[in-house]
Write a protein that binds this ligand. Structure first.
Ligand code: UD1
Length: 420
């Protein structure tokens, strides 16, 4: 198991190019299950979760090639089972359920368990697919879905906006008979990217990016070449890195139009963020950083995937502020680790009161999930002395070549074996 060893206190300066989005790439590559011909994806990030998705497609009988950001999925025989060993390492594996049912009329997917950040059930995915004619049984930890007569269009209203639920059902609806109307759907930019991909393959979808999506089913989807959108969470993480180290970063391919809530909060907190011809330029303003309150919400609200990183910025800022987590019930695992680095944070239920103005000091800390790991790296970059972030396999799931990208802008960070 590897760790990051970080010598903090160096202002980061230079240019970082933002990679393809993990959360867009996963469903979009999974959507190849619903497509008849070969599909080519570009701007695919080199991440552990992408390798897991490719393994899943291999198990389902697809031949997949991966070379420098390009993934080619060949047409091939489809299996219908996503095994436990794979699903337990990546909950997003459940996204194969919708396209498999649509394509084969049957799917067997291991039920994802809980994870560090919460219970994360898939009841909304299942009840929507049931409305489209699927029948589910739970057998030996597997969800076994069947729809021998194919899926049919339906009127579906989600109880609340779920990103994965919207994606799973959207993929299924493309090949269902007739019209499907999805209401109260998630509006995340990654869902818009998925819809755009499916449209490129011949799907008939309207309303992506709004609360209602309308899909007219088609008989088949054809292949295409598609570039994955850039990663707004990776970009947001680097904006915070510029702020907490007192440096200046220029982010290329930064999807700033999809990042309003994060950019607005960072500006409120005293960062200067400018859109230039070359990219997005970010630094802490003359007056320094100050705490602001932040509350996570479905898009276009402040993303839960930026909560931990933003909390680090508040630890380094003046004043105090409240961080409210409204999406996941257990997403403050980074707090105790930040406290070990000198942060002053008190958690009550789903709120954390952060008192800023403390100098963080390096310490050995442990990543509990992907974004918590990213937050600890940011804290290590801002802290005095040495920080060792352990269990960085979580970070590898979602940040492409993080240590290399940070080193290139001056960070003293290296990857070491845990026993080093
Ligand atoms: C996706 C993202 C994740 C992000 C999250 C919220 C991917 C691969 N992952 O996760 O990075 O943090 O959106 O922006 O894109 N829920 C239910 N029943 C369901 C479905 C969801 O109760 O059937 C609950 C979940 O437990 C959670 C909330 O709804 O509390 C939001 O989950 P959801 O939007 O579905 O997130 P994911 O798709 O799992």
């Amino acid at each position: 198991m590897d760790s990051f060893l970080i010598q903090g206190g160096v202002p980061l300066r230079g240019v970082i190019s933002i990679s393809g989005s993990k959360n867009a790439a996963l469903p979009i590559i999974m959507a190849s299950i619903a497509v008849d011909d070969e599909v080519t994806y570009t701007n695919v990030p080199d991440l552990r979760d992408i390798h897991t998705t490719i393994r899943l497609l291999n198990i389902l009988g697809r031949e997949v090639g991966l070379e420098q950001g390009t993934v080619r999925v060949k047409n091939g025989v489809l299996g219908m089972e996503a095994p436990y060993d794979l699903v337990k390492t990546m909950r997003a594996s459940v996204l194969c359920l919708g396209p498999l049912l649509a394509r084969l009329g049957e799917a067997k997917v291991s039920l994802p368990g809980g994870c560090a950040i919460g219970a994360r059930p898939v009841d909304q995915h299942l009840s929507a697919l049931e409305k489209m004619g699927a029948v589910f049984d739970l057998e030996n930890g597997y969800i076994h879905g069947r729809c021998p007569d194919g899926l049919r269009g339906a009127q579906i209203r989600f109880d609340f906006p779920t990103v994965g639920g919207t994606e799973n059902v959207l993929m299924a609806a493309c090949l269902a008979k007739g019209e499907t109307v999805l209401e109260n759907v998630a509006r995340e930019p990654e869902i818009v990217d998925l819809a755009n991909f499916l449209i490129r393959c011949g799907a008939r979808i309207e309303g992506q990016g709004t609360t209602m999506i309308r899909v007219q089913g088609v008989d088949r989807l054809h292949g295409c070449t598609y570039a994955i959108m850039p990663d707004r969470i990776e970009a947001g993480t680097f904006l915070v890195a510029a702020g907490v180290t007192g440096g200046e970063l220029l982010l290329k391919n930064c999807p700033v139009e999809d990042m309003s809530a994060v950019v607005d909060k960072l500006r409120d907190a005293g960062m200067v963020i400018e859109e230039t011809e070359e990219g997005v330029l970010a630094r802490a303003g003359e007056g320094g950083l100050r705490c602001v309150d932040v509350s996570t919400r479905p898009h276009p609200g402040f993303p839960t995937d930026m909560q931990a990183q933003f909390m680090v910025l508040m630890c380094c800022a003046q004043g105090s502020g409240l961080v409210e987590e409204n999406i996941f019930e257990n997403r403050f695992m980074h707090v105790q680790e930040l406290v070990r680095m000198g942060a002053d944070i008190h958690v009550t239920g789903s709120s954390a009161m952060v008192r800023g103005g403390r100098r963080l000091t390096g310490a050995p800390v442990m990543a509990s999930d992907l974004r918590a790991g990213a937050a600890l790296v940011l804290a290590g970059l801002a802290a005095e002395g040495e920080t060792r972030v352990q269990r960085i396999y979580h970070v590898d799931r979602g940040y492409e070549h993080l240590a290399d990208k940070l080193s290139a802008v001056g960070a003293r960070i290296r990857r070491v074996k845990e026993e080093d």
